[in-house]
Ligand binder design. Structure first.
Ligand SMILES: Nc1ncnc2c1ncn2[C@@H]1O[C@H](COP(=O)(O)OP(=O)(O)OP(=O)(O)O)[C@@H](O)[C@H]1O
Ligand SMILES: [Mg+2]
Length: 355
């Protein structure tokens, strides 16, 4: 037999009541307790007959059920809204935090959900940016690796194809191939350095050391490179026992990079290395009279693989990782690399160290 329409409405209403009461289950105990207390106080304060007492108890019980019903209904409504909002966040349905609305009574929760939404959005944006950087980095690495490998392959194939017997070129081709293997090795070393640094695995060992001795040693090692180009290397020293604080080996890598750049990108003139005393720190600078860097490039030279003149740098065995490594090392010293440069006139790189 088909159930009647009236019965359907009743069963639906009963189900709704049951559902709402279910959501109020956490409040059953306190509400019943308050209502019992009410019955108790009423029956004590006015002398009620047994019949009236039963009536009062019955009406109070109905009132308690009604209270539970409305509490449950409200709670269900709020939980449904929260569920819907969380679902929409999960399925990325919101474009902005303003679309999230929970109503006045849940204002604080609404603020929290909005803050969580904004945080998730910025985390996702960061992840996308990182992914993009990673892809770009891999692209650069493979390109940089391919260049020397192709060059070596080219020289070796030409030699095997007959140039080996040609006294005029065989030595030069071998020397060039050899130079590219050196470049390849430099690139791999720089890549290892930068990935260790960026993975936070750079182990630092800070101590005080004599800055004059430190710079003299590096400069004497770099002199042959400068002499080859007819460039003078000068050192402006400080007082005999001037000490600075830092990781000497890592700072050596910084200085070699900066001085090597100054030599590489200077055609004539000099490179001056100096120390300037300050109150709490000392500034170390490398100044050259080289080709300089235009304002457009100045902001980008610390990026990985960025080179103003790619071909020129590559021809000199440059990878474009040098200044990125310098920047990281100085950041680990709580310092910062500064650069001033005038296109065609020269550049000055400097940084501070604690003294
Ligand atoms: N003293 C300088 N004068 C002019 N240009 C410079 C100077 N130092 C750096 N640059 C520019 O900044 C770019 C990045 O320098 P960086 O040291 O990172 O790379 P690189 O010298 O090309 O290669 P390497 O990784 O071998 O150091 C260089 O390619 C060059 O164009
Ligand atoms: Mg360099």
């Amino acid at each position: 037999m088909k159930p009647s329409k009236g019965w359907g409405i009743v069963s639906k209403t009963l189900n709704r009541i049951k559902e709402n009461l279910f959501f109020a289950r956490g409040y059953i105990f306190p509400i019943i307790l308050v209502n019992l207390l009410f019955v108790f106080i009423v029956s004590l304060s006015i002398n009620v007959s047994q019949k009236s007492f039963i009536w009062i108890s019955f009406v109070t019980l109905l009132a308690a059920i009604a209270e539970l019903y409305f509490v449950g209904k409200n709670r269900k409504g709020e939980l449904d809204t929260i569920k819907r909002i969380i679902g929409s966040i999960r399925y990325s349905s919101y474009k902005s935090a303003e679309e999230i609305k929970l109503g006045k009574l849940l204002g604080e929760l609404e603020d929290e959900i909005k803050a969580m939404f904004l945080k998730t959005q910025s985390d996702i944006a960061n992840l996308k940016k990182l992914e993009h950087i990673r892809t770009e980095f891999l692209g650069n690495v493979s390109h940089e690796l391919r260049t020397p490998i192709f060059a070596i392959q080219g020289y070796l194939e030409t030699l095997l194809d007959g140039a080996l017997e040609d006294e005029n070129v065989n030595r030069t081709f071998l020397q060039k191939a050899n130079q590219h293997t050196i470049n390849l090795n430099n690139l791999l070393n720089d890549l290892i350095d930068i990935s260790m640094i960026e993975a936070g695995q750079m182990k630092m060992s800070f101590r005080y050391f004599n800055v004059n001795e430190f710079l003299e040693t590096i400069i004497s090692e770099m002199k042959p490179h400068a002499q080859k180009k007819g460039i003078e290397l000068m050192l402006k020293q400080q007082a005999q026992n001037f000490q600075v604080y830092g990781d000497k080996d890592k700072l050596r890598q910084v200085m070699v990079n900066l001085i090597m750049n100054a030599i590489k990108y200077t055609e004539q003139g000099f490179v001056e290395i100096g120390v300037v005393d300050g109150t709490k720190s000392a500034a170390i600078y490398v100044r050259d009279t080289g080709i300089g860097i235009s304002e457009n490039d100045l902001g980008r030279i610390f990026e990985r693989f960025y080179r103003v003149d790619k071909d020129r740098s590559r021809a000199m065995g440059g990878t474009g990782l040098g200044l990125a490594i310098v920047k990281h090392i100085l950041e680990a010293h709580n310092s910062k690399i500064e650069v001033k440069s005038e296109f065609g006139k020269g550049s000055e790189f400097s940084f501070y160290l604690k003294k």
